[in-house]
Design a binder for this molecule. Structure first.
Ligand code: PNS
Length: 164
C-alpha cells in the first residue's frame, strides 16, 4: 500500500490544489493532505479552518485523509508511513523553490521521495495569495476555489474590513 503526503499551507485550498489532489488520489493508494502549522507566513485562516475547508472539498475522495502537522515534513512523512511527498508544480513560479525543498528533504531523509505533478495550464496563474487579493479587492472567485471555500473567504474579507 503506497501512502503519500500532499503538504502545503492551503491558505485556502484552491482548485489548482484540488486538481493535484484528485490526480494524486487516482495514482496512490492513500493520500494524506498535511496542513503545515508552523509556516513562516502569517496565515489568513487558522489551521482548524484550513483543515475543515479541505475536508469538505475532499469529501468525495475516499482514499484522502486531511491532517495538520508541525515540525519537519520528512519526520511527519516517516511517522505516517509515507513513501513520498507529492507537490504540484506550476511552470517557472514554483520551480526554484520546490527543487530546493526537494533536495533539502532528500538531504534530511533520503528514504522519502518527492514526486512533482505539473499543474494544469489553466491553473498556472492560480495561488492562494492571488485568490485572497481578488476577494479583498471585491472580485469573484467562482471557479477558482472549491465551493466550501468561497463563503469562508467572504467572512474573512468582512473581518478584514472591520479591522480597518
Ligand atoms: O503551500 P506551501 O506554503 O508552499 O507549503 C510549504 C510547505 C509547508 C510544504 C513547507 O514549508 C514545509 O515542508 N514545511 C515544513 C517544515 C519543513 O520540513 N521544511 C523543509 C526543510 S527546512
Amino acid at each position: 500500500m503506497l501512502t503519500v503526503i500532499y503538504p502545503g499551507s492551503f491558505d485556502p485550498i484552491t482548485n489548482g490544489h484540488m486538481h493535484v489532489l484528485e490526480r494524486a488520489a487516482a495514482l496512490f493508494h492513500r493520500v494524506i493532505v498535511a496542513v503545515a502549522q508552523n509556516s513562516s507566513k502569517a496565515p489568513a485562516f487558522s489551521t482548524e479552518q484550513r483543515v475543515k475547508m479541505l475536508r469538505e472539498a475532499a469529501a468525495h475522495l475516499e482514499n484522502v485523509e486531511v491532517d495538520a502537522f508541525e515540525g519537519l515534513l520528512v519526520h511527519y512523512a516517516r511517522d505516517r508511513g509515507a513513501a513520498a511527498v507529492v507537490k504540484g508544480l506550476r511552470a517557472l513560479t514554483d520551480f526554484e523553490y520546490e527543487i530546493q525543498q526537494a533536495m533539502l528533504n532528500r538531504r534530511l531523509d533520503g528514504g522519502i521521495e518527492t514526486i512533482f505533478l505539473p499543474s494544469a495550464s489553466e491553473h498556472q496563474f492560480l495561488s492562494s495569495s492571488i485568490v485572497k487579493e481578488i476577494v479583498l479587492l471585491g472580485g469573484e472567485v467562482e471557479g477558482l476555489v472549491p465551493r466550501a471555500v468561497a463563503p469562508e473567504l467572504e467572512k474573512w474579507r468582512k473581518a478584514k474590513r472591520e479591522e480597518r
